[in-house]
Design a protein around this ligand. Structure first.
Ligand code: IPM
Ligand code: MN
Length: 353
């Protein structure tokens, strides 16, 4: 298969982990006779520094022209610590989501047997936890009308029927391909927008009689993902709730550095780690490349390259089992490996297996 991949490495640890993601893709291409071509483009703080825009038009065009986008992370403390900054790297991320129509953010949550102890939760609660959170990504408070003066401020949590229907369709369809259990997470006891979500979900339930659909308030769901993570199969929720819930669910896996995601929608699909740019680790060769590498696996699986995706997953598992791990997940007194070494080990495994 020929795939044109837009490569957006971004800021902080982004370029380091991206290098490993691309190396793994190249190994897969060699082994299975695929042709992947890459076009790099600027985004985030790097793009602000270079051209004054965190998601420049050129980058948008590169993304639109590609079959898929492999994205790493954006963000730089020099903007966080400057309340009067006019443009911020994160605006580039939001512009990218909006302009590429990436309304469905798919964030799988799974455990690795050998890393159960890395989670702050008890092993027996975690065993077998395997679910996916589908977060709406281009609506709600993130994009609704905003206002701020010195005495008053608001963000509008707005959703329209077509926006809700299309994300719920992704959720129901995902549930059909998995264990046919969908949990719609909302705050329908308080929020009008949530009540519309629930109304539409109930209408759509009749088209998916095989899916066991239930409804849960976000406050309850935040507790339940930690007390009984095995209850869940597919969760669907609006943008802000999904943002918060998926940082929370990342502690089920044991490290943010292990969590990939896909953002799907109207134009080119995008694949990225759930974690951010971790500026403090930049250049230290300590960031875990696995979230980026698994994002590359999700990219391949999106195009039906399931054997290839599976081989990447097998290689990642093998690296963990062999204790070839970055510091945050290494066993006590074990040798730690760098970003480059872990990536190389995984790429070599793919070559040799
Ligand atoms: C995420 C991030 C972003 C979000 C930030 C960086 C704008 O936290 O992808 O979860 O809030 O969506
Ligand atoms: Mn987030």
């Amino acid at each position: 298969m020929n795939l044109k991949i837009a490569v957006l490495a971004g800021d902080g640890i982004g370029p380091e982990i991206m290098k490993q993601g691309v190396a793994v893709l190249n190994e897969v291409a060699d082994k299975f006779n695929h042709k992947f071509t890459y076009t790099e483009a600027l985004c985030g703080a790097h793009a602000i520094d270079a051209v004054g825009d965190p998601f420049p038009e050129d980058t948008f065009n590169v993304c639109m022209d590609a079959d898929a986008v492999l994205f790493a992370a954006v963000g730089d403390p020099k903007f966080d610590n400057n309340p009067s900054a006019k443009v911020r790297p994160e605006q580039g991320l939001l512009a990218m989501r909006k302009k590429l129509g990436l309304f469905a953010n798919v964030r799988p949550v799974a455990t690795f047997e050998c890393l159960l102890h890395k989670s702050p939760l008890k092993d027996e609660l975690l065993k077998g936890a395997d679910f996916v959170v589908i977060r709406e990504l281009t609506g709600g408070m993130y994009f609704g009308e905003k206002y701020q003066d010195n005495d008053k401020a608001y963000d509008t949590d707005i959703y329209t029927r077509p926006e809700i229907e299309r994300i719920l369709k992704v959720a129901f369809d995902t549930a059909m391909k998995r264990n046919k259990h969908l949990t719609v997470v909302d705050k329908a006891n308080v929020l009008a927008s949530s009540r519309l979500w629930r109304l539409i979900a109930k209408e759509m339930e009749t088209s998916y009689p095989e899916v066991n659909t239930d409804y849960m308030f976000i406050d309850n769901a935040s507790m339940r993902v930690l007390t009984e993570p095995t209850f869940f199969d597919v969760i669907v929720t609006e943008n802000t709730f999904g943002d918060i819930l998926t940082d929370e669910t990342s502690c089920i896996t044991g490290s943010m550095g292990l969590q990939p995601s896909a953002s799907l929608g109207e134009h080119t699909p995008l694949f990225e780690p759930v974690h951010g740019s971790w500026p403090q680790a930049t250049g230290k060769n300590i960031a875990n490349p696995i979230a980026q590498i698994l994002s590359a696996a999700m990219l391949l699986e999106h195009f039906g390259l399931n054997t290839e995706g599976q081989l990447i997953r097998k290689a990642v598992n093998a690296s963990l089992d062999a204790n070839v791990r970055t510091p945050e997940i290494q066993v006590e007194n074990g040798n730690t490996y760098g970003t480059t070494e872990v990536g190389k080990w995984i790429a070599d495994y793919i070559k040799n297996n």
